[in-house]
Write a protein that binds this ligand. Structure first.
Ligand code: UTP
Length: 292
């Protein structure tokens, strides 16, 4: 790999069963943290890292994601006529100029690895990013993907975000074994999907940010279904280790696992408390609730 990443893949074709019944009609990625959907945070992070082509892997039920990034003529016209400039800018600039959105369909939810493979025709033969929007990672002015893109550019390796998790939680993550860390990076030697804590090679978990060499597509194409009967990205990365350097990257920033109820609550509480206009009022409400 020799170049800066330009393309970011957002796999958003999962079923979101943990948030039923809301996800019957609202895609998980459209759940708001105050007034911005999860997908917006991930998109902003990708743009900050230098991406100008955003590839959304969706399914036939997820019109809301495409609608969100589409132009809303009638709404914009009304806001313009009533002089609501601030709101107009919010609606108009969900994507800045020069950034394009491309939509690719995953006909069947066959797994994260399969969803990434669906983006191959748009990604082509260059390194690319994968962001899972339900992992909200917050680090003002130097997002996790930007940190990783810098590391990938310098090392020419694939780079995967990792975070320490309690050992009893290894069964919920891809877990890596690495060489010793130099600053925030270490070469990955093994990766296992959702190992039992008793056999997990470490408690270093893969979280939802990846920068991958395009060679991953060839490996995904021939991969049999893995854990849960799904085509697992982790299994393809395990195969990639044999032919390419793959780095684990301990990013700077706070991750909220918004794919779980408690993670979503944590993110909402944190963003409410630190909100420029709402922070004080939110703190008062929360204090009152705690004092009851
Ligand atoms: P998850 O397993 O966390 O998401 O997949 P899910 O299946 O939507 O949610 P639950 O577990 O049923 O609540 C991780 C990411 O991979 C995407 C999901 O949209 C999510 O961003 N994904 C997963 C796909 O795009 N396609 C798939 O076939 C599977």
């Amino acid at each position: 790999m020799t170049q800066r990443i330009r393309k970011a893949v957002f796999p958003v074709a999962g079923l979101g069963t943990r948030f039923l019944p809301a996800t019957k009609t609202v895609p998980k990625e459209m759940m708001p943290i105050i007034d911005r959907p999860l997908i917006q945070y991930a998109v902003d992070e990708a743009i900050e890292a230098g991406c100008d082509t955003l590839i959304f892997v969706t399914n036939r039920y997820k019109h809301a994601v495409a609608d969100y990034f589409d132009k809303a003529y009638e709404l914009e016209h009304k806001l313009e006529r009533s002089g609501k400039k601030a709101q107009l800018d919010l609606v108009r600039y969900v994507l800045p100029e020069g950034v394009r959105a491309v939509f690719v369909t995953q006909a069947e939810a066959l797994g994260l690895g399969h969803a990434v493979l669906c983006a191959k025709p748009v990604v082509g033969d260059e390194p690319f990013a994968v962001l899972l929007p339900d992992d909200l990672i917050w680090n003002r002015d130097n997002g996790a993907l930007k940190q990783m893109a810098d590391a990938a550019e310098a090392s020419k390796a694939s780079v995967i975000a990792v975070e320490d998790v309690p050992r009893e939680k290894t069964g919920s993550y891809g877990i890596v074994a690495t060489d010793a860390f130099a600053h925030r990076e270490a070469r990955i030697r093994a990766i296992v999907e959702k190992p039992d804590p008793a056999v997990a090679p470490s408690n270093l978990a893969v979280v939802g940010r990846y920068i991958l060499n395009p060679g991953i597509f060839r490996l995904l194409e021939t991969l049999p279904p893995g854990a849960g009967g799904e085509i697992q990205l982790t299994d393809a990365i395990a195969a990639l280790l044999a032919e390419d350097a793959v780095l684990a990257y301990r990013f700077e920033g706070k991750r909220f696992d918004c794919g779980t109820h408690i993670g979503l609550i944590e993110a909402i509480v944190e963003f409410a408390l630190t909100h420029d206009n709402l922070g004080e009022a939110a703190r008062t409400i929360m204090q009152k609730a705690l004092d009851r």
